[in-house]
Each structure stands twice: as structure tokens, then as C-alpha cells.
Design a protein around this ligand. Structure first.
Ligand code: ZN
Length: 465
């Protein structure tokens, strides 16, 4: 019996020890505490600094936060999700807590608007996009992703980057007519006209932001007394529907003949049916005399017409073939005399004004005879010819393919400080089509037109061969 009790007692004691031990361990475990400070899950912007919010640890009520070990790292330079593990160990017991940090681009793109941020327009339909750009710190240029919404009084631009960061920008629209019409004058605001010449309106255009082309509504007033030297004004006036009025003036100076500039229109390489005849019509209508440097080509009748209508018929060589005319002195004069004979036969006149094919400055002749231009320019004078080059070129045998280009090349190079010898080709359609406007421009800018005669001082280039 005694032995039985002892065994029971031992067993009991054993159980008590086990329970005590368990209680002791549990107590120890529960006495160790670790708590995160701050958010358990957080998001921070790319390249922003990560601020550690910390952790609090205690054991049996005693602060042991300093012993916490932090494992893991947050790379704020790179997008991603990072985990930090906070670990505390005490008397063989260990506890951990975790924090998840998401690094993400949070910076929205930017939209920049070209032009004004507030614009006034006639109506919403007349709005024309002035342009915009969108940029993102990560995605770069995302202009093509911009969505544009037209609202009643604004344009809204919206764009998002790949992380869904969105930005909007607005341009406000004021629907109103704030602009007066604009009148532009062709041929310039100051004209000069040689006394006795007719005044000719060079043209104008009027446009309005709300009404478009209103040229037909322009009222022109004022007059020019072309018989009296003086300064005159022509007034151009137009109003839009909202009574915005624009008035501009053109000054017309009527000048005496001795203050005029001179233009010698010269036409090479003709005659040619289809162009020369139209050119002659225009010259006749405008009362302008010109000079034609003819070849052996084209119809005889046109050369006769040139002479009959008071123009100077001059010589350009018969064949106009560089290889032929610049082969030698003899070859040149043989060719020249051929066209001279033609002109004599058709007009009865001895033509003594000439132009070298390519001009006296040409270098192409070098290919056929070295130094021939030096010899020819002297020899033609000895034989009684006057030769003319030019100081204004229409470039109609080169780059000027349209009437507008011919017009610009001629009108932009005229000068009152010298006699203007204008090189053109009467075989060119663009020259034919530009001629009327060139003459009008010249007349309205104080020039008179003359044909070259034997009394006209020679205008020559430097010789290059
Ligand atoms: Zn020529």
C-alpha cells in the first residue's frame, strides 16, 4: 500500500512539474511582445525617401525595442513590393512582425498647352487646336495619349500614365468676336506713279475672324489726279457684323518724269507662237515698249509684229547652240549674221544690238573655245554692235516655273538707282502669264518702260572666259 502511494505521489509530482514548466514557458512567451508602429501596409512614391516608423518590443513589461532586428530592404529607386521583417529574440523565444511597402510611381504626368490658355473665338466650331504636349517622369512623351474633350466653353485635356496617375488641363474659350477685319494691299502701301500714267488699283483682300473673306465688302474711296504732281490717298474701309471697322490707306505719289526709274524688259530666244504673240498683246495694251533678242526660230510674222509695234528687234544668234556659236570667232559671226539677215529681210532694219547666248559672263563657252568671250566682247564693239547683259533676272529659264515666281524675281530686284535691264524669255508660258502684273507693279512704283536703243548705255557683266 505504501509503495502504491509513493508511486502515485511521484506521478502527481511529475504532472505538477510538467504543468509548471508549461506555464513557465507560456508565461515567458506571452511576456515577449512586439508591435509595429505606423502602417502594416504602405505605399510610397518612387524616389521618395522611406521613413521607418519603427517597432516597439517589450519583455515582462520592460522596453527592449532597441534589440529588434530589421531584415529586408526597401529600394525606393525601383518600383515593387518590399517586405520588412522585424525580429525579436529573448531567452530562446522569438517573435516577428512584418511590414509591406509598395514603391510606385505616384507622380502624375504634366500637360503643357501651346498658345493662350484663354482664347476668344467666334464660335466653338472655329476653334483650331493650338497644340499641346504631355510628359511623364516615367513614360516620357505621352502626347499621343492625351484625350481632348470639347465642352461648351472649354477644351479639356486629360492624360494618365501607366500607373493610372492622371492629370487634366483646360483651355478656356470665350465665344465672342474680338477682332476687327484685316485688309491687305497688294503691291504695297506706298505707290508712285509717273505723271500722266493711269492709276491702276493693284488689289486688296479683306478677311475677318468671324466672317471669312469679306473682300467684296471693302469700300474704296479717294482719287489720284494723275495730271498733277502730289501725294494722294486711297482709303480702304470694311466692317464686320459686330461693327469692328478697319480702315487703311494707300499713299500714291504722282511724280515727275525725271524722278522715274527705268525698266528695260528684254525677251530672249523667241519668237514663239503661243507666247510671244500674247506678250505683244499685253505690251500693246499697256503701251509698253520692250526689246526682243531673237533667233532664227519661230514665225517671221511675229518678228515683223515686234518691229511694227515699236519694239526693238535685237539679235541673240541664229542657232543659240553654244557648241556652234562659241566654237570660234568666225563661227560666232557667221551665226550672228544669219539672224541679222533674217531681221533685215523682215523689218528692213540693220539690227546692231545683241545679246550673247548665256550672257557675256558665261563660262560654258570655255568648253568650246578658251578665251572666246574676251575676244568676242571686244570684237563686237569694233564691228559696231552694242551688247547687253542684264541686272535683273526672271530666272524663267531656270528655277522660276510659275508666274508668281517670275513676278517675284523681277519685282523684288528692281531699283531706281540704276537702269533695270530685265532678262526674260518670251518662249516661256510663266513669263507670258506674269507680264501683266510685272508691268502694273512697275507703273505703280514709279517706273517707266523703255526699249533698248543704240543710245541706251550698255549694261554688261564681267567676262569669265
Ligand atoms: Zn538665250
Amino acid at each position: 500500500m505504501k509503495g502504491k502511494y509513493r508511486l502515485l505521489l511521484i506521478l502527481l509530482l511529475f504532472i505538477v512539474i510538467i504543468i509548471g514548466l508549461a506555464l513557465f514557458i507560456a508565461l515567458k512567451f506571452l511576456s515577449l511582445d512586439i508591435t509595429l508602429l505606423g502602417e502594416k501596409e504602405m505605399t510610397i512614391g518612387l524616389k521618395e525617401e522611406y521613413q521607418e516608423a519603427g517597432v516597439k518590443a517589450s519583455y515582462l513589461g520592460k522596453d527592449i525595442s532597441a534589440s529588434v532586428k530589421i531584415e529586408g530592404k526597401v529600394d525606393t529607386q525601383k518600383e515593387g513590393t518590399y517586405t520588412l521583417t522585424y525580429r525579436i529574440k529573448k531567452n530562446g523565444i522569438e517573435k516577428t512582425v512584418e511590414r509591406k511597402i509598395t514603391v510606385k510611381d505616384l507622380e502624375p504626368p504634366t500637360i503643357t498647352l501651346d498658345g493662350e490658355k484663354e482664347i476668344t473665338i467666334c464660335n466653338i466650331d472655329s476653334y483650331q487646336e493650338a497644340g499641346y504636349h504631355a510628359n511623364d517622369n516615367k513614360d516620357g512623351d505621352i502626347t499621343d495619349k492625351v484625350k481632348i474633350t470639347k465642352e461648351e466653353n472649354k477644351i479639356v485635356y486629360e492624360v494618365s500614365d501607366h500607373n493610372g496617375n492622371t492629370v487634366t488641363e483646360t483651355r478656356s474659350l470665350k465665344i465672342d468676336d474680338n477682332k476687327a477685319p484685316v485688309i491687305t494691299l497688294s503691291g504695297g502701301e506706298v505707290l508712285s506713279l509717273v505723271i500722266g500714267n493711269a492709276y491702276h488699283e493693284l488689289g486688296y483682300k479683306a478677311s475677318d475672324n468671324c466672317m471669312g473673306d469679306i473682300t467684296k465688302k471693302v469700300k474704296v474711296s479717294g482719287s489720284v489726279n494723275t495730271k498733277k504732281v502730289g501725294t494722294y490717298q486711297i482709303t480702304y474701309e470694311v466692317s464686320d457684323l459686330n461693327n469692328h471697322k478697319t480702315t487703311i490707306k494707300r499713299v500714291v505719289n504722282v511724280i515727275s518724269r525725271d524722278k522715274a526709274g527705268v525698266i528695260y524688259l528684254t525677251f530672249d530666244d523667241g519668237p514663239k507662237q503661243g507666247t510671244t504673240n500674247v506678250i505683244l498683246d499685253i505690251l500693246k495694251k499697256e503701251g509698253v515698249k520692250a526689246t526682243f533678242f531673237v533667233t532664227n526660230g519661230g514665225p517671221d510674222s511675229l518678228i515683223q509684229r515686234e518691229a511694227n509695234e515699236g519694239h526693238t528687234v535685237a539679235l541673240h544668234t541664229a542657232s543659240h547652240q553654244y557648241s556652234k556659236v562659241y566654237a570660234s570667232m568666225d563661227a560666232y559671226f557667221k551665226d550672228l549674221e544669219s539672224v541679222k539677215d533674217r531681221v533685215k529681210r523682215l523689218t528692213g532694219e540693220e539690227a546692231n544690238i545683241i545679246r550673247f547666248p548665256g550672257g557675256s559672263s558665261n563660262t560654258v563657252s570655255k568648253k568650246y573655245s578658251k578665251g572666246i568671250m574676251t575676244k568676242l566682247t571686244k570684237e563686237v564693239l569694233l564691228r559696231g554692235y552694242h551688247y547687253f547683259d542684264w541686272n535683273v533676272s526672271a530666272e524663267d529659264a531656270g528655277g522660276a516655273k510659275t508666274a508668281n515666281q517670275v513676278y517675284k524675281n523681277v519685282t523684288s530686284h528692281l531699283s531706281k538707282k540704276r537702269a533695270n535691264v530685265v532678262l526674260m524669255h518670251d518662249i516661256k508660258a510663266q513669263t507670258r502669264d506674269a507680264l501683266q502684273d510685272i508691268i502694273q507693279y512697275g507703273k505703280m512704283h514709279g517706273y517707266v518702260f523703255e526699249a533698248i536703243t543704240y543710245q541706251t548705255p550698255m549694261v554688261t557683266h564681267g567676262v569669265n572666259n
